[in-house]
Ligand binder design. Structure first.
Ligand SMILES: [Zn+2]
Length: 314
Protein backbone atom coordinates (compact mmCIF):
# COMPACT_ATOMS: atom_id res chain seq x y z
CA UNK A 1 0.00 0.00 0.00
CA UNK A 2 1.52 3.33 -1.02
CA UNK A 3 0.91 6.08 1.51
CA UNK A 4 1.45 9.19 -0.60
CA UNK A 5 3.08 12.09 1.24
CA UNK A 6 3.13 10.28 4.58
CA UNK A 7 6.59 8.80 4.70
CA UNK A 8 7.34 10.40 8.09
CA UNK A 9 4.20 9.08 9.76
CA UNK A 10 4.59 5.66 8.12
CA UNK A 11 8.16 5.41 9.42
CA UNK A 12 6.95 6.20 12.94
CA UNK A 13 4.18 3.62 12.82
CA UNK A 14 6.48 0.98 11.31
CA UNK A 15 9.05 1.65 14.03
CA UNK A 16 6.52 1.31 16.84
CA UNK A 17 5.03 -1.83 15.28
CA UNK A 18 8.46 -3.42 14.91
CA UNK A 19 8.99 -3.05 18.64
CA UNK A 20 5.57 -4.60 19.19
CA UNK A 21 4.31 -1.44 20.86
CA UNK A 22 1.40 -0.36 18.66
CA UNK A 23 -1.19 1.09 21.06
CA UNK A 24 -4.46 -0.83 21.24
CA UNK A 25 -6.45 2.32 20.37
CA UNK A 26 -5.15 4.72 17.72
CA UNK A 27 -6.74 7.93 16.47
CA UNK A 28 -5.80 9.56 13.16
CA UNK A 29 -6.84 13.19 13.06
CA UNK A 30 -6.49 15.55 10.12
CA UNK A 31 -8.36 17.48 7.47
CA UNK A 32 -10.93 15.79 5.31
CA UNK A 33 -9.32 14.23 2.24
CA UNK A 34 -5.75 13.85 3.54
CA UNK A 35 -5.88 10.05 3.55
CA UNK A 36 -6.84 9.05 7.11
CA UNK A 37 -8.89 6.08 5.95
CA UNK A 38 -6.06 4.57 3.96
CA UNK A 39 -3.86 4.99 7.04
CA UNK A 40 -6.45 3.14 9.11
CA UNK A 41 -6.27 0.25 6.67
CA UNK A 42 -2.48 0.33 6.76
CA UNK A 43 -2.55 0.19 10.56
CA UNK A 44 -4.88 -2.82 10.40
CA UNK A 45 -2.23 -4.47 8.24
CA UNK A 46 0.44 -3.62 10.82
CA UNK A 47 -1.71 -5.29 13.47
CA UNK A 48 -2.39 -8.44 11.47
CA UNK A 49 0.32 -9.06 8.86
CA UNK A 50 3.24 -11.13 10.09
CA UNK A 51 5.63 -9.39 7.70
CA UNK A 52 5.02 -5.80 8.85
CA UNK A 53 2.24 -4.70 6.47
CA UNK A 54 4.01 -6.20 3.45
CA UNK A 55 1.10 -5.42 1.15
CA UNK A 56 1.57 -8.70 -0.68
CA UNK A 57 0.41 -11.54 1.55
CA UNK A 58 -3.19 -12.72 1.58
CA UNK A 59 -3.82 -10.94 4.91
CA UNK A 60 -2.77 -7.56 3.48
CA UNK A 61 -4.62 -8.13 0.21
CA UNK A 62 -7.79 -9.05 2.03
CA UNK A 63 -7.54 -5.95 4.22
CA UNK A 64 -6.94 -3.74 1.18
CA UNK A 65 -9.98 -5.25 -0.51
CA UNK A 66 -12.07 -4.81 2.65
CA UNK A 67 -12.83 -8.53 3.03
CA UNK A 68 -10.66 -9.57 5.98
CA UNK A 69 -12.97 -11.15 8.58
CA UNK A 70 -11.02 -9.68 11.51
CA UNK A 71 -11.02 -6.08 10.25
CA UNK A 72 -14.41 -4.53 10.85
CA UNK A 73 -15.31 -1.15 9.38
CA UNK A 74 -18.06 -0.14 11.76
CA UNK A 75 -19.43 2.78 9.80
CA UNK A 76 -19.85 0.75 6.64
CA UNK A 77 -21.63 -1.97 8.58
CA UNK A 78 -24.04 0.63 9.94
CA UNK A 79 -24.87 1.94 6.47
CA UNK A 80 -23.57 5.34 5.50
CA UNK A 81 -24.00 6.86 8.96
CA UNK A 82 -23.65 5.44 12.45
CA UNK A 83 -27.05 4.19 13.51
CA UNK A 84 -27.94 2.86 16.93
CA UNK A 85 -29.16 -0.62 16.09
CA UNK A 86 -26.37 -1.64 13.74
CA UNK A 87 -23.84 -0.03 16.05
CA UNK A 88 -24.99 -2.19 18.95
CA UNK A 89 -24.99 -5.27 16.76
CA UNK A 90 -21.45 -4.63 15.54
CA UNK A 91 -20.22 -3.98 19.08
CA UNK A 92 -21.80 -7.17 20.36
CA UNK A 93 -19.42 -8.97 17.98
CA UNK A 94 -16.48 -7.79 20.08
CA UNK A 95 -17.03 -10.70 22.50
CA UNK A 96 -16.27 -13.16 19.74
CA UNK A 97 -12.61 -13.99 19.31
CA UNK A 98 -10.83 -13.33 15.98
CA UNK A 99 -11.40 -15.75 13.08
CA UNK A 100 -7.95 -16.00 11.58
CA UNK A 101 -5.43 -13.70 13.20
CA UNK A 102 -4.31 -13.01 16.73
CA UNK A 103 -6.30 -9.79 16.94
CA UNK A 104 -9.50 -8.24 15.72
CA UNK A 105 -9.35 -4.65 14.45
CA UNK A 106 -12.35 -2.34 14.67
CA UNK A 107 -12.12 0.75 12.44
CA UNK A 108 -14.36 3.68 13.39
CA UNK A 109 -14.21 6.29 10.63
CA UNK A 110 -15.34 9.90 11.09
CA UNK A 111 -15.78 9.59 14.86
CA UNK A 112 -16.66 13.27 15.07
CA UNK A 113 -19.97 12.43 13.36
CA UNK A 114 -20.89 9.89 16.06
CA UNK A 115 -23.70 10.64 18.47
CA UNK A 116 -22.77 11.02 22.16
CA UNK A 117 -24.49 7.74 23.11
CA UNK A 118 -22.33 5.90 20.57
CA UNK A 119 -19.22 7.58 21.90
CA UNK A 120 -20.18 6.41 25.39
CA UNK A 121 -20.68 2.85 24.23
CA UNK A 122 -17.27 3.11 22.63
CA UNK A 123 -15.72 4.34 25.83
CA UNK A 124 -16.80 1.19 27.67
CA UNK A 125 -15.09 -0.89 25.02
CA UNK A 126 -11.75 0.89 25.04
CA UNK A 127 -11.67 1.23 28.82
CA UNK A 128 -11.39 -2.47 29.41
CA UNK A 129 -10.71 -4.10 26.08
CA UNK A 130 -10.33 -7.84 25.64
CA UNK A 131 -6.70 -8.65 24.86
CA UNK A 132 -7.50 -9.50 21.24
CA UNK A 133 -9.23 -6.18 20.45
CA UNK A 134 -7.61 -3.26 18.59
CA UNK A 135 -9.24 0.04 17.61
CA UNK A 136 -8.46 2.57 14.91
CA UNK A 137 -10.39 5.85 14.81
CA UNK A 138 -10.36 8.66 12.30
CA UNK A 139 -11.74 12.15 12.72
CA UNK A 140 -11.38 15.66 11.39
CA UNK A 141 -12.29 17.56 14.51
CA UNK A 142 -11.09 16.23 17.87
CA UNK A 143 -12.86 19.00 19.80
CA UNK A 144 -16.22 17.19 19.62
CA UNK A 145 -14.82 13.95 21.00
CA UNK A 146 -15.15 13.58 24.78
CA UNK A 147 -11.97 13.97 26.82
CA UNK A 148 -12.68 10.58 28.41
CA UNK A 149 -12.32 8.95 24.99
CA UNK A 150 -9.36 11.06 23.88
CA UNK A 151 -7.41 10.23 27.01
CA UNK A 152 -7.60 6.54 26.15
CA UNK A 153 -6.40 6.72 22.57
CA UNK A 154 -3.03 7.57 21.06
CA UNK A 155 -3.46 10.36 18.57
CA UNK A 156 -1.44 10.76 15.40
CA UNK A 157 -1.96 13.94 13.41
CA UNK A 158 -2.11 13.28 9.69
CA UNK A 159 -0.35 16.05 7.77
CA UNK A 160 -1.60 17.54 4.50
CA UNK A 161 -0.20 15.87 1.41
CA UNK A 162 2.41 17.90 -0.51
CA UNK A 163 1.11 18.91 -3.97
CA UNK A 164 3.73 16.86 -5.82
CA UNK A 165 2.79 13.68 -3.91
CA UNK A 166 -0.88 14.26 -4.63
CA UNK A 167 -0.05 14.69 -8.32
CA UNK A 168 1.91 11.43 -8.28
CA UNK A 169 -0.96 9.59 -6.59
CA UNK A 170 -3.35 10.79 -9.29
CA UNK A 171 -0.91 9.87 -12.08
CA UNK A 172 -0.51 6.39 -10.59
CA UNK A 173 -4.27 5.96 -10.54
CA UNK A 174 -4.41 6.64 -14.27
CA UNK A 175 -5.32 10.35 -14.39
CA UNK A 176 -3.59 12.18 -17.27
CA UNK A 177 -0.66 14.46 -16.55
CA UNK A 178 -2.36 17.79 -17.22
CA UNK A 179 -5.44 17.02 -15.13
CA UNK A 180 -3.35 15.54 -12.30
CA UNK A 181 -1.34 18.74 -12.08
CA UNK A 182 -4.35 21.06 -12.33
CA UNK A 183 -6.37 19.22 -9.69
CA UNK A 184 -3.45 18.86 -7.26
CA UNK A 185 -2.75 22.58 -7.47
CA UNK A 186 -6.40 23.56 -7.32
CA UNK A 187 -6.94 21.62 -4.10
CA UNK A 188 -3.46 22.23 -2.68
CA UNK A 189 -2.72 18.51 -2.49
CA UNK A 190 -6.03 17.39 -0.99
CA UNK A 191 -6.36 14.04 -2.66
CA UNK A 192 -9.87 13.37 -1.37
CA UNK A 193 -11.22 16.49 -3.06
CA UNK A 194 -9.35 15.71 -6.29
CA UNK A 195 -10.96 12.29 -6.34
CA UNK A 196 -14.38 13.73 -5.57
CA UNK A 197 -14.11 15.90 -8.69
CA UNK A 198 -12.90 12.97 -10.78
CA UNK A 199 -15.85 10.90 -9.56
CA UNK A 200 -18.17 13.71 -10.65
CA UNK A 201 -19.54 14.05 -7.11
CA UNK A 202 -20.88 17.06 -5.24
CA UNK A 203 -17.58 18.92 -5.40
CA UNK A 204 -17.76 18.94 -9.21
CA UNK A 205 -21.28 20.40 -9.02
CA UNK A 206 -20.09 23.15 -6.68
CA UNK A 207 -17.31 24.06 -9.10
CA UNK A 208 -19.85 24.22 -11.93
CA UNK A 209 -22.00 26.63 -9.89
CA UNK A 210 -18.93 28.76 -9.23
CA UNK A 211 -18.08 28.77 -12.94
CA UNK A 212 -21.60 29.93 -13.80
CA UNK A 213 -21.28 32.69 -11.19
CA UNK A 214 -17.87 33.68 -12.59
CA UNK A 215 -19.26 33.72 -16.11
CA UNK A 216 -22.07 36.09 -15.06
CA UNK A 217 -19.56 38.21 -13.15
CA UNK A 218 -17.39 38.44 -16.27
CA UNK A 219 -20.40 39.78 -18.20
CA UNK A 220 -21.20 42.16 -15.33
CA UNK A 221 -24.58 40.47 -15.24
CA UNK A 222 -26.04 40.99 -11.74
CA UNK A 223 -29.16 38.87 -12.29
CA UNK A 224 -27.12 36.00 -13.70
CA UNK A 225 -24.73 36.21 -10.77
CA UNK A 226 -27.59 36.14 -8.27
CA UNK A 227 -29.18 33.18 -10.06
CA UNK A 228 -25.93 31.19 -10.05
CA UNK A 229 -25.35 31.88 -6.36
CA UNK A 230 -28.94 30.90 -5.52
CA UNK A 231 -28.34 27.38 -6.83
CA UNK A 232 -27.05 26.45 -3.38
CA UNK A 233 -29.36 26.21 -0.41
CA UNK A 234 -26.88 24.71 2.03
CA UNK A 235 -24.63 27.14 3.91
CA UNK A 236 -21.48 25.04 3.77
CA UNK A 237 -21.97 24.39 0.05
CA UNK A 238 -22.54 28.07 -0.59
CA UNK A 239 -19.26 28.85 1.17
CA UNK A 240 -17.46 26.33 -1.02
CA UNK A 241 -18.89 27.95 -4.16
CA UNK A 242 -17.68 31.32 -2.88
CA UNK A 243 -14.22 29.85 -2.23
CA UNK A 244 -14.06 28.56 -5.80
CA UNK A 245 -15.32 31.85 -7.16
CA UNK A 246 -12.60 33.67 -5.21
CA UNK A 247 -9.96 31.40 -6.77
CA UNK A 248 -11.16 32.53 -10.19
CA UNK A 249 -11.11 36.17 -9.10
CA UNK A 250 -7.56 35.61 -7.85
CA UNK A 251 -6.68 34.25 -11.27
CA UNK A 252 -8.20 37.34 -12.89
CA UNK A 253 -5.93 39.47 -10.70
CA UNK A 254 -2.92 37.35 -11.64
CA UNK A 255 -3.78 37.88 -15.32
CA UNK A 256 -3.94 41.65 -14.75
CA UNK A 257 -0.43 41.57 -13.34
CA UNK A 258 0.90 39.58 -16.30
CA UNK A 259 0.71 36.20 -14.55
CA UNK A 260 -1.19 33.10 -15.58
CA UNK A 261 -4.54 31.62 -14.56
CA UNK A 262 -3.90 28.49 -12.49
CA UNK A 263 -7.32 27.19 -11.57
CA UNK A 264 -10.43 25.91 -13.35
CA UNK A 265 -12.64 28.37 -15.20
CA UNK A 266 -9.73 29.96 -17.06
CA UNK A 267 -12.01 31.47 -19.74
CA UNK A 268 -14.20 32.99 -17.01
CA UNK A 269 -11.18 34.43 -15.21
CA UNK A 270 -9.97 36.00 -18.45
CA UNK A 271 -13.33 37.67 -19.02
CA UNK A 272 -13.38 38.97 -15.43
CA UNK A 273 -9.85 40.35 -15.89
CA UNK A 274 -10.98 42.19 -19.04
CA UNK A 275 -14.02 43.78 -17.47
CA UNK A 276 -12.82 44.80 -14.01
CA UNK A 277 -10.05 47.10 -12.80
CA UNK A 278 -7.45 45.93 -10.30
CA UNK A 279 -9.12 47.89 -7.50
CA UNK A 280 -12.49 46.36 -8.33
CA UNK A 281 -10.96 42.90 -8.29
CA UNK A 282 -9.42 43.45 -4.87
CA UNK A 283 -12.80 44.61 -3.64
CA UNK A 284 -14.51 41.54 -5.17
CA UNK A 285 -12.05 39.21 -3.52
CA UNK A 286 -12.68 40.82 -0.18
CA UNK A 287 -16.47 40.60 -0.71
CA UNK A 288 -16.23 36.92 -1.68
CA UNK A 289 -14.36 36.12 1.54
CA UNK A 290 -16.93 38.01 3.59
CA UNK A 291 -19.87 36.37 1.84
CA UNK A 292 -18.32 32.91 2.31
CA UNK A 293 -18.41 33.52 6.06
CA UNK A 294 -22.23 33.45 6.09
CA UNK A 295 -22.15 30.75 8.75
CA UNK A 296 -20.18 32.91 11.14
CA UNK A 297 -22.45 35.90 10.67
CA UNK A 298 -25.55 33.73 10.58
CA UNK A 299 -26.69 35.47 7.39
CA UNK A 300 -29.35 33.80 5.32
CA UNK A 301 -28.02 32.85 1.91
CA UNK A 302 -30.18 35.28 -0.09
CA UNK A 303 -28.71 38.07 2.00
CA UNK A 304 -25.18 36.74 1.64
CA UNK A 305 -25.44 36.66 -2.15
CA UNK A 306 -27.18 40.05 -2.32
CA UNK A 307 -24.29 41.41 -0.27
CA UNK A 308 -21.78 39.99 -2.73
CA UNK A 309 -23.66 41.26 -5.81
CA UNK A 310 -23.99 44.75 -4.34
CA UNK A 311 -20.30 44.84 -3.45
CA UNK A 312 -19.54 43.71 -7.03
CA UNK A 313 -21.12 46.98 -8.15
CA UNK A 314 -22.54 45.68 -11.43
ZN1 LIG B 1 1.26 -8.70 4.59
Amino acid sequence: MILYGKSGLKKRLDGIAKKGRLPHAILFSGRSGVGKKILARYTAELFLCENGACGECSVCRNIENGVHPDVIFVKRQCGDKYNAESFREVLSGTVIRPNNGAVKVYVFEDCDTMRPEHQNALLKLIEEPADYLRFVFTCENTSVIPETVLSRVTEFEVPDIPIKDCEQALLDSGVDKKQARELSEMFAGNIGKCKAVLDGGDEALLIESAERAASALGRRDGFGLCAALSERTDRAEYSRVMEYLSLMIRDALALKYGGEAEFFGKAESKKIAENFTEDELMNLLDAAFESAKNEIYNLNLALASTYFVSRANI
